[in-house]
Design a protein around this ligand. Structure first.
Ligand SMILES: CSC[C@@H](O)[C@@H](O)C(=O)COP(=O)(O)O
Length: 352
C-alpha cells in the first residue's frame, strides 16, 4: 500500500531520542529558531515536559510517556512485572495526568501495564522493548496512512492543514502531514496552506519549519483567513490530525479544527482526519464526553514574550475542540479508510 516515497528524506527530524539512560526531547517551545533537546532523567521530568509542551502532539506524548515508565523503573525494585506495576503505578498516574485530551497518553500507559502484568523477572527489558515497539509501530502507521490518505486526493489539489501533525508530533513522518508529504511526493498536492494555529502557533512555528526542511514551501495563513481562502476555491481538502476519535467518529483536535470543518462543508472542500488507531477511543461514545484541556490564559496575552493584550483582562483558552462526525468525509488510520464515519462504520472497523 506504500507508494514510492523516499521516506529517509523525511526522517531527519526526531523529536524523541532514547539514549539508554535518559529521554531527550526536542524542545518545541523554542522552535523554529533554536533546535535544542531537553534531557529527562526521571518520569516526573517527562510528565513536566508533556505538560509544558516541550513534547506535544498526541502520538509523541504517548511515546514519551512509555519511555517515562522505563525511567520510573530505575527507581523501583521488584521481583516480577506484577510487583513492579504496583510500585510504578503512582508515576504512571502522574504521567497520565500531564494532559487530558489526547487518548494516546492513556493508551500507551495501558500497553505498558499490560506487558508488565505478564512479565517475569525480566520486566525491565520487557518494558524497554514495549516502549521501543510503540515508537516503531507509530512510524510504520504514519507511512502507511500517508499513502492511503494521499490516494484520496485528486491530482493538483490545494490542501489546508492545522496545528502540527508532522515528525515533530509523532515518531516520524507525521499523520496529516504524512499524507501531505506523500501527496506532494506523488504529485497529487500542488499547494499547501498551513493555518498559524493560535495561541501556541504550532502551524506558524512548527509546521512551516518542518515542511521547509523537506523542500515543501507552505503558505501560512492566519486562522481567521481560512473561510475566505476556501471560498476562493483554492482548497480541495482540509487535512488534520486528531487527539481522540470517539466511537461515533466525533474527533477532538486542536482548537480551530471545528470551524475549519464547518467552512469546508460550506464551500465544498473535503475534510480528512488522519490518526493512528492508538487515537481511536471506542470507550468514549461521542465528543460530548471528551475532556477538553484548558490552558493558562496567559498563552493568549503575549507572542514570543511580548505582551499584546491590555493588562488585567480575562481570557478563555480551550486548546481543543470537537468536530462532529457528520462534517468528516474520511478518517484514515493504518487499518484503512473510513468514509463518512459514524458509529456503525467505526464499529465495523474497530469492534465495540
Ligand atoms: C499527529 S498530532 C495530532 C494532534 O495531536 C494535533 O493535531 C494536535 O492537536 C496537537 O495539539 P498540541 O496541543 O500541540 O499537543
Amino acid at each position: 500500500m506504500t507508494q514510492d516515497i523516499d521516506f529517509d528524506r523525511y526522517d531527519r527530524i526526531r523529536p524523541i531520542r532514547w539514549t539508554g539512560d535518559a529521554l531527550e526531547l526536542l524542545d518545541q517551545r523554542k522552535l523554529p529558531f533554536d533546535v535544542e533537546y531537553a534531557r529527562c532523567e526521571d518520569s516526573d521530568a517527562v510528565a513536566e515536559a508533556i505538560r509544558l509542551l516541550i513534547v506535544r502532539g498526541a502520538p509523541a506524548i504517548g511515546i514519551s510517556a512509555a519511555w517515562g515508565v522505563v525511567l520510573a523503573a530505575r527507581q523501583v525494585d521488584a521481583a516480577d512485572g506484577r510487583q513492579a506495576l504496583e510500585r510504578l503505578e503512582p508515576a504512571m498516574q502522574r504521567l497520565n495526568a500531564a494532559r487530558p485530551t489526547a487518548v494516546n497518553l492513556a493508551w500507551a500507559l495501558a500497553r505498558m501495564r499490560r506487558v508488565l502484568l505478564a512479565a517475569g523477572a525480566d520486566w525491565r527489558e520487557v518494558i524497554a522493548r514495549e516502549a521501543q515497539a510503540i515508537a516503531e509501530e507509530d512510524l510504520a502507521a504514519n507511512r502507511r496512512m500517508g499513502a492511503m490518505g494521499a490516494a484520496l486526493i485528486g491530482e493538483g489539489s490545494g490542501v489546508m492543514t492545522h496545528c502540527n501533525t508532522g515528525s515533530l508530533a509523532t515518531a516520524g513522518f507525521g499523520t496529516a502531514l504524512g499524507v501531505i508529504r506523500a501527496g506532494v511526493a506523488g504529485g497529487r498536492i500542488a499547494k499547501v496552506y498551513a493555518g498559524e494555529t493560535r495561541p501556541w502557533l504550532q502551524g506558524a512555528r512548527l509546521t512551516s519549519w518542518e515542511l521547509q526542511q523537506d523542500g515543501i514551501a507552505p503558505t501560512l495563513v492566519a486562522d481567521a483567513a481560512a473561510a475566505h481562502l476556501m471560498k476562493s476555491g483554492a482548497v480541495q481538502w482540509v487535512i488534520v490530525g486528531a487527539d481522540r476519535i470517539c466511537a461515533n467518529g466525533d474527533t477532538a483536535n486542536k482548537i480551530g479544527t471545528y470551524q475549519l470543518a464547518i467552512a469546508a462543508r460550506h464551500h465544498g472542500a473535503k475534510f480528512m482526519v488522519v490518526a493512528p488507531s492508538s487515537t481511536v477511543d471506542m470507550d468514549t461514545p461521542s465528543g460530548d464526553s471528551i475532556e477538553i484541556e484548558e490552558r493558562d490564559p496567559g498563552e493568549m496575552f503575549a507572542i514570543g514574550g511580548v505582551r499584546t493584550a491590555a493588562p488585567e483582562i480575562a481570557a478563555w483558552n480551550p486548546v481543543f475542540d470537537v468536530t462532529p462526525h457528520e462534517l468528516i468525509d474520511a478518517i484514515v488510520t493504518e487499518k484503512g479508510v473510513i468514509e463518512r464515519p459514524d458509529a456503525a462504520a467505526m464499529r465495523a472497523a474497530f469492534g465495540s
